[in-house]
Write a protein that binds this ligand. Structure first.
Ligand SMILES: C[S@@+](CC[C@H](N)C(=O)[O-])C[C@H]1O[C@@H](n2cnc3c(N)ncnc32)[C@H](O)[C@@H]1O
Length: 201
């Protein structure tokens, strides 16, 4: 990762989120998967699947600069319930500064079981993901979903957005079923939210 000083604008002032995001996209476009942070309508739609009255952690993977994190907080999820798993050291530093009560873990979400094992979490009430899944083979996406199900309470949602028309992970699996939201036209580009749930045992 680059020195924090490189993360300021030429004027020395901190960069706005859209500029940070765009610069990260220029450095690693595949991992970013978007040129700008999610808009409020999409972030709100993602957060709407999390019941703020439930108890237990809410895991967010790929939080970036935190628009979905902010929507989860606006929805009423207490910050200390948030577990944010993000690959970028720069975004992790930003998230720690903005949300000191949340647990921010720097690492690879495709190894989520190993990454979160030291936290010894009780079953999570949701996993909310913004990962650009489609750059990975379907076997890896399914492996990620299985790991997330193992971290979640029964019936809890795995929430994922995509700009694509197809489901980001096959909608039917041996262990799961998924349902899409309507297309969210207010986002640029328009997106859809998919919710995956494990079949009852
Ligand atoms: C499309 S951006 C979404 C950011 C933010 N949630 C939003 O909606 O604007 C994808 C984010 O996932 C992160 N990411 C990509 N691959 C990852 C991985 N394997 N593990 C953890 N984070 C990852 C990127 O660094 C980036 O912050």
């Amino acid at each position: 990762m680059n020195e924090p000083a490189r993360r300021a604008s030429p004027s020395g002032k901190p960069l706005p989120d859209a500029a940070r995001f765009l610069r990260s996209w220029a450095e690693r476009p595949l991992q970013m998967g978007a040129v700008q942070p999610s808009g409020r309508a999409l972030a709100r739609a993602m957060a709407s699947y999390v019941d703020p009255a439930s108890s237990g952690p809410v895991i967010e993977i790929g939080p970036g600069t935190g628009p979905v994190t902010a929507a989860l907080l606006r929805r009423g999820v207490a910050p200390e319930r948030l577990v944010l798993l993000e690959f970028s050291a720069e975004f992790c530093a930003l998230l720690r500064k903005r949300h000191p009560e949340a647990r921010v873990v720097e690492g690879d979400a495709y190894q989520i079981s190993r990454m979160l094992a030291p936290l010894r979490l009780p079953p999570a009430v949701a996993v909310v993901s913004s990962l650009p899944l489609l750059i990975r083979p379907v076997t890896e996406r399914l492996h990620l979903l299985r790991q997330c199900f193992a971290l979640m309470a029964e019936g809890a949602p795995f929430v994922q957005f995509t700009y694509a028309t197809a489901a980001p992970i096959p909608r039917q699996g041996k262990e799961h079923t998924a349902t899409p939201s309507r297309r969210i036209w207010l986002n640029v580009p328009p997106a859809r939210v998919w919710v995956y749930r494990r079949h009852a045992k």
